[in-house]
Design a protein around this ligand. Structure first.
Ligand SMILES: [Fe+2]
Ligand SMILES: [Fe+2]
Length: 317
């Protein structure tokens, strides 16, 4: 049992590290599940490696949950970036459909997490530091695995049911997790506006790609939803181009922030509706319920970043 005490100096490091793992370790374990579900039975080594990564991320997530009770930010718990009201049902259905075991006890445990109580266990920092180190090693090896799979697929030496764009996409998300974690571990603070701009460029691209591959995974007969996905794709491509525009003045920054918020809300609604339709067996597609819920949580994560912005306040920190 850890003793409790007020440790304000390490509060941000501990809280931000644990919030990051609660979100991203779950995201990574799901990437492993999607990859495992995507390989053919003959590709035994790839299947085993994906299964192993899933178990290793279970361990990271388990440790993050153990350390997070009464340390997690209330806003993170409320943002539905960690879990939505559909995640557990999506896990149950995906396990049933794929036969891949998913540790749902972790999800149930995470649903019971209490928000930050204003005090932190005095000895928590070294545990968090060790967890960060362990996670950095695992992210690096998982990113390498994704890069190898992408290389094999693009050289026509391997076939999976994931588009090359999806494999590249999950690779980029691993690198992002690693980058943020390294910054935290090294106590690096960058200019807040650059930080926010960089995140918006990254997440606009990610949201645009979600819309692109969801559109291609919908049955062609689902015309209305295919049209909506195409419209969302174009919206995020436009935003990404604008965010990359050189010398963005502060006035444009505020306007673009509102456009990003509106676009992200719109794609989150689309994904939430899609998840419910799939769970109710009312949508024809190649999407698993967990895949679309996963993309919804990523939209919620981005939404929380965007909502930290207020006119005159240009960053998260
Ligand atoms: Fe993802
Ligand atoms: Fe994603």
């Amino acid at each position: 049992m850890l003793a409790t005490g007020s440790v304000p100096m390490i509060g941000n490091f501990v809280r931000e590290s644990l919030d990051l793992h609660l979100f991203f370790a779950r995201i990574m374990r799901e990437h492993a599940i999607f990859m495992q579900a995507g390989f053919l039975p003959k590709d035994v080594t790839y299947l085993q490696q994906a299964a192993q990564f899933k178990c290793q991320y279970d361990e990271i997530l388990k440790e993050a949950i153990r350390l997070s009770d009464c340390t997690t930010s209330g806003e993170v718990l409320q943002s539905e970036e960690l879990l939505t009201d559909k995640t557990l049902r999506a896990e149950q259905k995906t396990q049933e459909l794929t036969g891949i075991p998913i540790d749902m006890a972790l999800t149930a445990e995470e649903l019971r997490l209490n928000p930050d109580s204003g005090t932190l266990p005095a000895e928590i920092e070294p545990y968090v530091c060790a967890l960060n180190q362990k996670a950095m090693l695992l992210i690096t090896s998982f990113a390498e695995f994704k890069a190898i799979v992408l290389d094999q697929v693009t050289h026509c030496c391997l076939i999976t049911n994931l588009f090359p764009l999806q494999i590249e996409h999950v690779y980029k998300e691993a690198l992002y997790y690693l980058k943020v974690l390294k910054r935290l571990q090294n106590n690096q603070f960058v200019d807040s506006r650059v930080d926010l701009l960089e995140q918006e460029v990254f997440w606009d691209e990610i949201m645009g790609e979600h819309a692109r591959f969801v559109r291609h995974l919908l049955d062609p007969s689902e015309r209305a939803l295919c049209r909506k996905a195409k419209e969302l794709t174009k919206g995020f491509e436009r935003l990404e181009q604008k965010m990359k525009g050189e010398g963005l003045p502060a006035s444009s920054f505020g306007r673009l922030m509102h456009e990003n918020i509106a676009a992200t809300l719109s794609i989150a609604e689309f994904k939430a509706m899609g998840t419910e339709l799939i769970l109710a067996c009312q949508l024809k597609s190649l999407l698993s319920p967990l895949l679309i819920d996963h993309t919804l949580r990523e939209a919620n994560y981005y939404m929380r970043i965007l909502q930290t912005w207020k006119p005159g306040y240009l960053g998260r920190r």
